[in-house]
Design a protein around this ligand. Structure first.
Ligand code: PLP
Length: 441
């Protein structure tokens, strides 16, 4: 959708909302639909080609309004998470439609998803331990629990451990910043010998500093054999898995208990929208279920009914699946794939400019839209470089530390970015680098 169409459709939408409010008395107060009504009204997967805006608006009346308020909100979310799960080719245990007990939910952020997964895993392990040793107190079990993640994972993972009051051990990565099975194996042996109870691993696909991919094919079987919950945080990179050429990066997801990524980061869905899937919904519900009288209703959680309040921390929820429905239909899967590929190509364009200049080095494997680079030389030199770049306020770059190196991260992710912006950014960087090397102020 270009700017002018956005302007036009936005105005039409305001008219629709005003008419809805003006004539609200003509609508039923309480919906007459039956559980599961919505799935049969829409296709079972996202369209490959874009749909028209008119068709979408027509479907608001046909599909959403009969189940206005909560039934439609939950039911569209179930189906949208199935659509997206199918786009990623997730194992069928994660999809609600297959009836294996799994399904997806929209959380606000990746941080929330990690925390929710960790709390569910904690509850599961406490329950298992108390079944085995009925006299063991919860507080004693929690003090012995240990969770793992890599030293490259996002700070939100460590924070989840802090909030859940469990030990979060950060494991070393290999020379490509990847967490490998061997590092986990060694930590497990050490911790078990000390009497700790390993219960959770958060692996990252697309780490924040360098977009590295933890080796979940090695880590997954270890988690399975150690009865540990494996959560995968693919906050940024997950969007790319809708392209068949990037899907192999997700191989090993079949070992995971939960998987999450943020369509609001790179799939053109507005903030906030963090998609999370679990294989066993009962394990989430087991951790969070509360049923006060004022929230009781006639239907039990089942394949048809999803009571999302048991899947998350807040009670109330927004109708965020509408955003997914609009984006998936207005772009089509092919349009979304095109968007990802364009950005990856632009990142490679930047990478090749850097590689052609002897003064610079590339520090990561450029797989998606992130290029980690630096001037060959000291960390001080690179700190000066980024300081001057950001002071110019023409482009903005966020740094990171990779092992002992201070590194600049060039991230391509805005849908409006074109080749001319890449060329412009590189000119800026080069000019400042040249001045710096020549000792100019
Ligand atoms: N995980 C990774 C790998 C990230 O890159 C980020 C943010 O950049 C996060 C988690 C945190 O995401 P959120 O803001 O959705 O909590």
């Amino acid at each position: 959708m270009d700017f002018e169409e956005f302007r036009k459709r936005g105005k039409e939408m305001v008219d629709y909302i005003i008419d809805y409010l003006k004539f609200i008395e003509q609508r039923a107060v309480y919906p007459a639909v039956q559980p599961g009504y919505l799935r049969s009204l829409i296709p079972d997967s996202a369209p490959q080609e874009p749909d028209s805006f008119e068709d979408l608006m027509w479907d608001i009346e046909r599909v959403i309004m009969p189940g206005a308020a909560s039934p439609a909100c939950s039911e569209l979310e179930i189906v949208m998470l199935d659509w997206l799960g199918k786009m990623l080719n997730l194992p069928e245990e994660f999809l609600a439609v297959t009836g294996h007990g799994g399904g997806g939910v929209i959380q606000g952020t990746a941080s929330e998803s990690t925390l929710v997964a960790l709390l569910a895993a904690r509850k599961k392990m406490i329950t298992q331990m108390q079944e085995k040793y009925p006299d063991l107190e919860e507080v004693t079990i929690i003090s012995k629990l240990v969770a793992y993640t890599s030293e490259q994972s996002h700070s939100s993972v460590e924070r989840a451990g802090l909030i859940a009051s469990v030990k979060m051990r950060k494991l070393p990565t290999d020379e490509k910043f990847v967490l490998r099975g061997e590092a986990l194996k060694q930590a497990l042996e050490e911790d078990k010998a000390l009497g700790f109870i390993p219960f959770f691993l958060c692996a990252t696909l697309g780490t924040t500093p360098s977009c590295a991919f933890d080796n979940i094919v090695e880590l997954g079987p270890l988690c399975t054999s150690e009865n540990m919950w494996m959560h995968i945080d693919a906050a940024y990179a997950g969007s790319a898995f809708i392209c068949p050429e990037f899907r192999p990066l997700l191989n090993g997801v079949e070992f995971a208990d939960s998987f999450n990524f943020n369509p609001h980061k790179w799939l053109l869905v507005n903030f906030d929208c963090s998609a999370m899937w679990v294989k066993k919904r009962s394990e989430l519900i087991g951790a969070f279920k509360m049923d006060p009288l004022y929230l009781k209703h006639d239907h039990q959680d089942s394949v048809l009914i999803t009571d999302y309040r048991h899947w998350q921390i807040p009670l109330g929820r927004r109708f965020r699946s509408l955003k997914m429905w609009f984006v998936f239909r207005l772009y089509g899967v092919k349009g979304l794939q095109e968007h990802i590929r364009k950005q990856v190509n632009l990142a490679h364009e930047f990478e090749s400019l850097v590689r052609q200049d002897e003064q610079f080095e590339i520090v990561n494997d450029v797989i998606l839209g992130l290029v980690c680079f630096r001037l060959k030389g000291s960390n001080d030199l690179n700190e000066n470089l980024i300081k001057r770049i950001n002071e110019m306020r023409k482009i903005h770059i966020v740094p990171c530390q990779l092992q002992d190196k201070f590194v600049l991260r060039f991230a391509v992710c805005a849908p409006t970015t074109e080749s001319k912006h890449i060329q412009y950014a590189w000119q800026q960087i080069k000019e400042i680098a040249t001045q710096l090397q020549q000792g100019h102020q």
